[in-house]
Design a binder for this molecule. Structure first.
Ligand code: ASP
Length: 326
């Protein structure tokens, strides 16, 4: 909210996943979140809705092979891509999600179709793919979604608990665990000029997961949440841990209790560390435009755009700023 005019300031915030992003992927991750936040912001300043803005931003991240979503998704234990995605709007709490979906270039847009065209919230596996066909969403060959990075990582990991220790637990416990090379779930939260909030999250999940494994990302309250009365959250990190603490809803509750977006984000990430000893990251937007972000992994690529100011970062406490005028 602009203090002088009383008008709502359109705002968008995106993330590219929380984990120990290696230096080789640092630049691509930062450039990717900066590009995505600009795409979403353009929607907002042209009078578009928050839900359109988060969908467009997440599509941009899904199309970018640097991220573990859409093109660039990681491989399960059968060396296959299975993706999860969700989208939600904060006016009527409409939501749509897909899980374990295959051969889809932009799962977030399929989730949007679930929200807009069905009476359901979550479609999984074969049913989600059947729905895609019904909606005319093209089926793409799996190979077009798989990157050399994903294959390399699959060859190195090939055990789910090894991936979890590599990405989300203290690696010093076992120095032999290799660092995962590509693992960025993506997400966005936005506030439009009418005061509507929305969020979207999309992921290929975690390397070497069991076929059929569904993480936190498509689950309302875990992979994200939004409500015009409070704000919006998108999460990333160790899915099983995030599900156990309902990370996104947790943050919403802290904000309802009066905590700032930043305080609420920090408190919920700390709670997850204390309660289930695993790590992740969140981006949070209050309905007054206040921004928060927090992560307990080594790094999380993020970017925000508000009042033509683009902020972004990767390392803890890092915040770079530049002007972005459309
Ligand atoms: N939360 C995602 C999952 O568990 C992975 C991630 O965010 O890195 O599927």
């Amino acid at each position: 909210m602009d203090d002088k005019t009383g008008k709502i300031t359109p705002t968008i915030l995106v993330h590219g996943g929380a984990w120990g992003i290696p230096d080789t992927l640092a630049e691509a991750s930062v450039e990717g979140v900066k590009a995505a936040v600009k795409v979403g912001y353009e929607v907002l300043v042209n009078g578009g809705s928050a839900v359109d803005a988060v969908e467009r931003a997440v599509r941009s991240l899904e199309d970018n092979p640097a991220f573990d979503a859409g093109h660039g998704s990681v491989l399960n234990s059968l060396k296959q891509v299975e993706m999860d995605a969700v989208i939600m709007e904060g006016d009527h709490l409409n939501a749509g999600a897909v899980a374990c979906v295959q051969n889809i270039a932009n799962p977030v847009s399929l989730a949007r179709l679930v929200m807009d065209k069905t009476d359901h919230v979550l479609l999984v596996g074969r049913g989600a793919n059947m729905f895609a066909t019904e909606m005319g969403v093209p089926s793409v060959p799996m190979e077009t979604l798989v990157t050399p990075n994903a294959v390399k990582e699959w060859e190195e990991m090939m055990a789910y608990n090894q991936t979890i220790r590599s990405c989300f637990k203290n690696r010093n416990i076992d120095e032999a665990v290799p660092v995962q090379t590509g693992h960025d779930t993506v997400g966005a939260v936005a506030l439009d000029s009418k005061g509507n909030v929305a969020f979207a999250t999309s992921t290929g999940g975690i390397t070497a997961k069991r076929p059929g494994r569904v993480g936190d990302s498509p689950l309302i309250g875990s992979g994200g949440y939004c409500d015009n009365r409070v704000g919006a959250v998108s999460t990333t990190g160790h899915g099983e841990a995030i599900i156990k603490v309902c990370l996104a809803k947790h943050i919403m509750q802290y904000m309802e209790q009066g905590y700032t977006a930043q305080e609420a984000s920090d408190k919920a990430i700390q709670y997850m560390t204390d309660r289930v000893q695993s790590s992740g990251g969140v981006i949070t937007l209050k309905n007054n435009g206040e921004i928060g972000l927090s992560f307990s992994t080594e790094r999380m690529a993020w970017a925000s755009l508000q009042s033509n100011t683009l902020n972004y970062g990767l390392n803890p406490d890092e915040k770079c700023s530049e002007k972005f005028i459309i």
